[in-house]
Design a protein around this ligand. Structure first.
Ligand SMILES: CC/C=C\C/C=C\C[C@@H](O)/C=C/C=C/C=C\[C@@H](O)CCCC(=O)O
Ligand SMILES: [Zn+2]
Length: 631
């Protein structure tokens, strides 16, 4: 962990802090950009401050003004300020240095308005062509700012240590709808009815990476008093079915955690190029369409995104080095919510699968790799390069382990107290640890609390690379049927020699839950890793013939089977693998498929990527390029 508050920002956040901002933007589909202005209201933290330095990345900055009255909009309220763009940092962008009209003293407030536009290089924005949408008629725009890309959407202090309230006015052509991570406060036609301006307000202070804009031709389906789903019109029915239980999920989460504070919890189902499973934008979670399995079997992803309304969005990690506080807690809460809604078996299975993916990532990254630490040092590191299942699954395992030490009752009360203590703030790992100590000392008494806390290997869990120092014992019972089926395949395969597979039936698999099906494949893959002989192609043929996995509607199952088949060099699935990377751009599936295709057939992997590169989100393109050694 570095000494700086946040090593991934170039802003002078020790001198000034942003309290709120206003975005006034127009969506320009023709030129693929956002244009307008941002107004940032700052408080000065030190004496004699004469400049404000903001993060920017690939933005065109036109003008900066001091706004003499907060919210004043007429020209006479503004004084033009001089600014210059500093030296470009190859990861963190360009510092925008704005010279103030005088020296400001601690406690003074000042508002700065900046006129700017984004450019084609702005990583936060993905403009989709009509062909990339389901309706094929209109383009689509969404932004994705986590981790350091809010600076490519607007000049700002782009650090999760800074929390801001915001308002937004977004102008779009009709019939487009604009959405933001905020409550909509109104809209009206402008420009003789040609365009429409949508107004938004987010009163709760959030970090810059949670400010987003989306714009498309959209339909809304009401799910409950606080919940709705948005999607392209032709998908709305399927979405309404998949998320029918959303309102109940919010209520269940409130019982486990604290009151839901954000007013609304809506979902926006994006086109398939969206690079993540979900993104927890406040009031409006973004969701990949690859989770619409048609049978609600992948909704644990929503439990995860909803849980971020508490961990991440209300209590925020101070810098990306403490990302586990967002993701570890969220994964823990997600599984509590899943347990309450779908039963303990499912949540235990998810933990088993999670631990498996942690093992896979640690193997891939190397167990001495510093980035496998729960609290890595990210000075001069691109947070995207640090991203893995470590903060999620190691974080979850740490919190689960602490729960086993204190017992479920005490732990359930602690997590509510933790949210109440830190809501609205950005914190680091030491804040968490300090509060845990003081809470447990008050609750259990000094001696008992110390005895329990002192046996935790803090250094091993937080700062040592590799797998966690303690392996939690998750319940094996829910896996049993799946493991038996996997073992039956293993034995029928007869060490890669293949035999008669007619003993298998479709029903054997169909009676398992999605998570159990994933355990079947996980067990086969683990068996594969542990030996030099791979499964016979005859066996993979039989499996796919019976279960139709290489084109399964459920993307998790489809991808998992393709990983297994590609690890066995089974060429017959190449077309299905190419179809996965052509039909969606979620990195979770796209990156491993490309990596495995590359191992099988370099030319096929590279040619496929070069053909599709422009259709992927800029982050996805960049990461796959690295994976295929093309950068
Ligand atoms: C120690 C790691 C430090 C920083 C990483 C922070 C951000 C990484 C950046 O690349 C953004 C990640 C966004 C993730 C959004 C959603 C995930 O939960 C999705 C997980 C994969 C999936 O389901 O598709
Ligand atoms: Zn998350």
């Amino acid at each position: 962990m570095s000494a700086k508050i946040d090593p991934n920002t170039l802003s002078n956040l020790e001198q000034v802090t942003t309290e709120r901002l206003h975005l006034d933007l127009e969506v320009d589909f023709e030129n693929k950009l956002l244009k307008g202005s941002v107004t940032l209201c700052h408080v000065v933290l030190q004496d004699n401050v004469d400049k404000v330095v903001l993060d920017t990345m690939t933005l065109d900055i036109y003008k900066a003004w001091l706004v003499n009255q907060h919210g004043g909009e007429t020209a006479q309220d503004k004084t033009e300020l001089q600014f210059k763009c500093g030296k470009v940092h190859h990861i963190y962008g360009t510092p925008l240095e704005i010279e103030l009209d005088r020296k400001y003293q601690k406690g003074e407030k000042l508002s700065i308005q900046i006129a700017y536009k984004t450019t084609e290089k702005s990583v936060a924005l993905q403009f989709l062509t009509p062909e990339q949408t389901s309706g094929k008629k209109y383009p689509f725009l969404f932004t994705q700012c986590q981790s350091i890309y809010a600076r490519s959407m607007m000049p700002c202090q782009d650090s999760p240590s800074i929390k801001i309230a915001y308002t937004g006015d977004i102008k779009v052509a009709k019939p487009f709808t604009a959405l933001m991570s905020a409550l909509q406060t109104g809209s009206e036609d402008v420009d003789g009815g040609e365009n429409r301006v949508f107004h938004f307000e987010q009163k709760i202070k959030i970090p810059s990476y949670l400010v987003v804009v989306a714009c498309g031709v959209l339909e809304r389906h009401e799910l409950g008093p606080r919940t709705a789903v948005w999607s392209e019109p032709d998908l709305i029915e399927a979405c309404a079915y998949e998320f029918a239980d959303l309102e109940k999920t919010v209520s269940v989460a409130e019982e486990i955690l604290t009151e839901y504070e954000w007013g609304r919890y809506d979902l926006l189902v994006l086109p398939p190029a969206f690079p993540y499973g979900g993104m927890e934008n406040p009031c409006l979670t973004f969701v990949t369409p690859t989770m619409i399995a048609g049978d609600r079997s992948l909704v644990d992803l929503i439990n995860h995104e909803l849980a971020h309304s508490w961990s991440g969005n209300l209590v925020t990690a101070r810098s990306w080095e403490h990302f586990w506080l967002n993701e570890g807690w969220t994964t823990f809460f997600e599984r509590e919510i899943t347990g309450a809604l779908s039963g303990r078996d499912t949540s235990q299975l998810l933990s088993v699968l999670g631990l498996e993916s942690l093992g896979e990532d640690v193997r891939r990254m190397g167990e001495k790799n510093e980035l496998t630490r729960m609290v890595p040092t990210l000075e001069e590191v691109d947070p995207d390069d640090a991203f893995s299942s470590v903060p999620y699954e190691r974080g979850h395992n740490f919190l689960y382990y602490l729960m086993t030490i204190f017992g479920k009752d005490v732990w359930s009360k602690f997590l509510k107290a933790y949210i109440r203590e830190f809501r609205g703030r950005s914190i680091d790992t030491n804040d968490f640890k300090g509060f845990l100590y003081s809470y447990m000392e008050t609750t259990l008494g000094h001696d008992e609390a110390r005895e329990k806390l002192d046996k935790v290997d803090w250094n091993g869990w937080l700062y040592t690379p590799g797998m966690p120092p303690v392996e939690n014992k998750f319940d094996m019972a829910p896996q049993r049927a799946a493991i038996l089926l996997a073992e039956k395949w293993i034995s029928a395969d007869n060490n890669g020699n293949g035999t008669d597979f007619s003993q298998f039936t479709k029903q054997e698999l169909e009676q398992l839950s999605t998570q159990q099906k994933l355990v079947v494949i996980k067990t086969l893959r683990a068996h594969n890793h542990d030996r030099s002989t791979k499964f016979s192609h005859q066996m993979l043929d039989a499996m796919d013939g019976l279960y139709s996995m290489s084109y399964a509607k459920n993307y998790e199952i489809r991808a998992a089977f393709l990983y297994l088949a590609l690890e066995c060099g089974y060429k017959k699935v190449f077309d299905a693998a190419v179809d996965v990377v052509s039909s969606q751009g979620r990195m979770k599936f796209t990156r491993p498929i490309y990596r495995l295709l590359y191992q099988n057939d370099q030319k096929l992997a590279v040619d496929t990527f070069l053909k599709l590169e422009k259709t992927y989100h800029p982050i996805c393109s960049r990461m796959v390029k690295k994976d295929l050694n093309l950068d």
